[in-house]
Design a protein around this ligand. Sequence first.
Ligand code: BES
Ligand code: MN
Ligand code: ZN
Length: 491
Amino acid sequence: MKVNIKTDLITKISSDVITLGVDDKNQIINSSKLNRKTVSYLSNILALGDIPEKLGSAIVIHGDHFYPKVILIRIGNPKNLTSNQFYNVVLTIAEELKSLQFKTLLLPINQFINPSLSANVVAEYLVRGLIDASYVVNSLKTINKVKKNIFQTIIHYDGSDLKQVKNGVRHGEAVMEGGNLTKDLGNLPPNICTPKYLASIATKLGKEYKFKVSILDKKKIEKLRMGSFLSVAKGSREEPRFIIMEHIKGPKNQKPIVLVGKGITFDAGGISIKPSADMDEMKYDMGGAASVMGVMKTVGALNLPLNIIALIPSCENLPDGLAVKPGDIVTSMSGQTIEILNTDAEGRLILCDALTYAERYKPETVIDVATLTGACVIGLGHHATGLFSNYDPLASELEEAGIRALDKAWKMPLWDEYQPQLNSNFADMANIGGRAGGSITAACFLSRFAKKFNWAHLDIAGTAWKSGKEKGSTGRPVALLSQFLIKRSGK
Ligand code: BES
Ligand code: MN
Ligand code: ZN
């Protein structure tokens, strides 16, 4: 989708489709700016009373040669429209567009702007919603392929915040470029999206946006003594990779923000094997890695003046004669020993070594992203990402970014009281803490490797993908993290 912003008189802009809001008095919002003939035609149609009063209800009608198709959508009192409601309105518009033939869509945005819904937010949500809803999976189907609708969106704006509108469009586009990469990677089958494949995409990103990428193979990972990470990789014929991306575009002395993404390209559970129902969904267990890569694409596209490092430990978790076994004790890069009581709790085992590796950057902040626990899905469902942090101001910052980006995270406790659940009789810690508070004890495990910096952990097990008929990656939490970084950059 191409986006153009136009500020000319709206009566001068013709378009295949125009979208107009209808208020609670059954009138076109801001109709005084439109051509009188158009307004009288539409008023007659509105008088027929076919648009339900419910906010977001829409109909498509045929107009004249200037606007051959018109989407009329119920906004209610535009002064009360909230950002969430507006985003849903955009998704409805996108849904209506799917059944239309057209090349240009005209969207006058002044009709939506009110004191609590700024021009900037309207522009950003509009672009994000339209791109998000028109995502088509790059599927391997050879028949019945869904064709992507290619069109141009003309945002019409008449006001003094043009710069903010432009910013909103730019940010919206960049967030979706990243989000779509995350979706593409997640949706790929695990026989294609392997650790090596993720590494190749990282290398490509580095070339495209001019940041440094290093790919560490098994030998180099061994040299680093990442015994915990390597123990997970042991059961697989696919070699592990440790991927490092360094976007150093901030002031030289500015300490970096490190993002860590769980890159398990398939999680069968290892010797503690998972039940086979829905096991295919464990291809999404690299969702943390995919979202970190997506964020790096957004950051690259916006060329954010920040120092950002991405670390991705990536491997498969499979059962095998050589696989790690329940009862095995491994030594992590930090030197701490871990008794592996359940090989299916592998995410924390690869992340802990990445967190230790992060220490060398003397980071300002470290954020890891992982499809870590089924318990998080039970606790928070599919709407909120689990948020854990050893530094409250960072947690608040992420919470706020999530709300602004419509990609919410909910803060969970990380209290010391939970730590003893990880006690082991034979090693410094066990890799599981029992059923009670499973997402919390997983975070507690990670916290033991994050003592040297401000750190947050995002458990995206419930938010990274959808199951059932709509099965597919959601691209979360690219919007949350991008918003966090955009805010940090002051842009
Ligand atoms: N990748 C899974 C977590 C997961 C499960 C994400 C379901 C999304 C949906 C993770 O590696 C895992 O298997 N965790 C175990 C931990 C347990 C053995 C302590 C879990 O949640 O069951
Ligand atoms: Mn697992
Ligand atoms: Zn896993």
